[in-house]
Design a protein around this ligand. Sequence first.
Ligand code: MN
Length: 311
Amino acid sequence: MSGPVRAEDVTDRADGAHPAPPVLELVESSEAQVGRLTVRRALPRRARRTVGPWCFVDHMGPASISPERGADVAPHPHIGLQTVTWLISGEILHRDSLGTEQVIRPGQLNVMTAGNGVSHSEEGTGAYTGELQGFQLWAAQPEATRHGDNAFEHHADLPVVDLGEGQATVLVGSVGGDASPARHDTGQLGLDLDLRAGVSTVALDPAHEHALVLAEGAASVDDQLITPGNLAYLGKGRDHIDLRAEGPVRAVLVGGEPFESPIMMWWNFVARTREELEQAHRDWMAADERYGTVASLLPRTEVDGPFWTRS
Ligand code: MN
């Protein structure tokens, strides 16, 4: 998926504090349009811009798509982040500047690492009619890898952990001894939660901060009701959470070590300074080889420069 990230959510001030429990902050998601899809953007928001390395959480759909009317996110660039894509329903064709052409379906994970630069499109497969719903998450890359090579991974076989009244699929990181094979550049966790009514318990690393985003249903943590359209920030210091589901619930849980430094985000870029963001934009507009090319029939996405460069 693709920005734009709203200006008020991405100022260059340092990120917020990372308080210890018993914190539970509800932050309302913003609604945005990505290609033809309506998304609820849980991160970044002014009140909460990162959870571990996670700096972007979009819940997309549910939307009706068809061969004539798909996701259609045209080629666009990224730097300094990993895109982590996970579908609840539907299918998307991922194309990128590494030459990848990969269909993703529910139960499968796409992880694209931008490093110094990558470009991609997210398109209909030309064959699917029905509902499309899913998540796209971005993880900021640490200093150690953010200037490095781009990469792409597709994982069709992920560990599933029993939670009592439901199950967790480990997208990134590990729960107990069950580790996802997906690349991660910092200590971090991404889980899909598929719950029935009742109480499910998820073991957590107390050194990590965590947050929950629901796609469907309603659930309580610490007697606080959480519904779709919000990010429930759970802070650090929890070794588990008890989730009380009112009925069927679908959600993602993200977490990680509080990120090593403040980040700056603009459009589809994650960096540390305005100069890096301006250069990333100039290079894209100049079709610099930094981003390669995507074998897509959709026209490449072009945008004006960062808001702080406009008069
Ligand atoms: Mn993208």
